[in-house]
Ligand binder design. Sequence first.
Ligand code: GLY
Length: 364
Amino acid sequence: MFDNAIGFSLNKIRKNADDFHDAFLSDESHDYMYNRNTECISWTEGFWPGMLWLAYELTGEDKLKNTAHGLDKILCERVYKKRGVDTHDLGFLYTLSCVAEYKLTGNETAKAAALEAAELLIKRFHEKGQFIQAWGSLEDKDNYRLIIDCFMNLPLLFWASEVTGDRKYADIAKKHFYTASECVIREDFTTYHTFYFDPETGEKVKGVTSQGFSDDSCWARGQAWGIYGTALAYKYIGDKKIIDMFNGITERFMSQLPEDGIPYWDMVFKEGDEPRDTSSASIAVCGMLEMNRHIKNEKNVERCIKIMEALENGYLTDECSNGILKEAMYSRPDGSESECNIWGDYFYVEALVRFNDPDWNMYW
Ligand code: GLY
C-alpha cells in the first residue's frame, strides 16, 4: 500500500542524506527548501534522524543508518552539555533519535543519552499542579503551564522505566497525563493548546492558545497531538477511560475536516482559503493507526486511508523541493507560511511505515 508515496519519500530522504549528513534540517522550509540547521537548539532535531531510521528500516541501507548515527551523536553531546534542554520537548528530541537507535541497533551510548534526557525531563515536574512544565526556566512564574504537545514527550519516560526498572519516570508520566487530560480536553472534546496553573497553590487557572487562532478555538495540531497522545497513553497506561478520550478527540477532529480530509491550521475554519496543516493530518493518522493496534476500528482505518490518499494526490512536493509534504503550518500567529515542516515530513513517513508494516515496532 502507498508504494509510490514510499518511493517518492525515500528518494527525498536519500538525497537529503547527502546534503544533510552533518546537519539537521530547519524547522520549516522557505520556498519549499529546508536550510541547514547546524545549531541544534530547537525542539525539532529528532525528526531528521527519526526519518532516517524509518528509511533504514524500509531499505536496510547502511548509508541511512550511518547518517542517523552521526546525527544522534550530535544529540548525545547536546544533552550532556545541556544545550537547549530547558524544554519538555526532550521526548520528541530523544525518542526519535537515540531511543530509535537503541531499539534498532542496541547502541548503549544512545541509550545512556536518552536516559539522561529522561532524567532532565522528570526534573521539570511540578508537585504543585502535578504537571511537567513545557517551556523555559522552572523559576519563571510566567511559564507555569503545560501544553497538549507534551503527550508526545511521555513515551520517553515510559521507555526509561522499562529499560531501567525504575518506576519514577513512568509515575511522573502518568501523573502528568491525568493532569493534562483534565485541563486541555474540553467537554466537547475540542482541546486547549496550553494551560496555566497558579505557581503558589498549583490550582488550575486557564487555557490559552499559543499557536492557534484564539484561546477558545481548536488548534488543529493540538487536536492531532491529542489523538496520538491519548493512543500512546492507552498503550502505556491501559486505563479504559483513555479510550473515551481518544474516541472523543478523534471524532471531533474528523467532524471538523473540510471535504478532502486535510484540516485547516485551526479547526475554527471549515472552508475558505486559510492555510491547511498537512502535518496535523499525518499525526492524526499515526495516532489512529496506533490505537487500532489495541482496539480494532475499521472505520478509523478507512479514514486514515482516505487522508493518506488525499495527501499523496494533492500535497506532495515537486522534484525541486527537498521536503516531502506541502502545506504544513508551523505557527500562523508567528507569521509562518504554508510550507514543509520537518515533523510533517516525519509523521507522513511514519504513517507510510505503519501502513507498510502494521506490526512496526515504534520508537515512541
Ligand atoms: N510542538 C510544537 C508544535 O507542534 O508546533
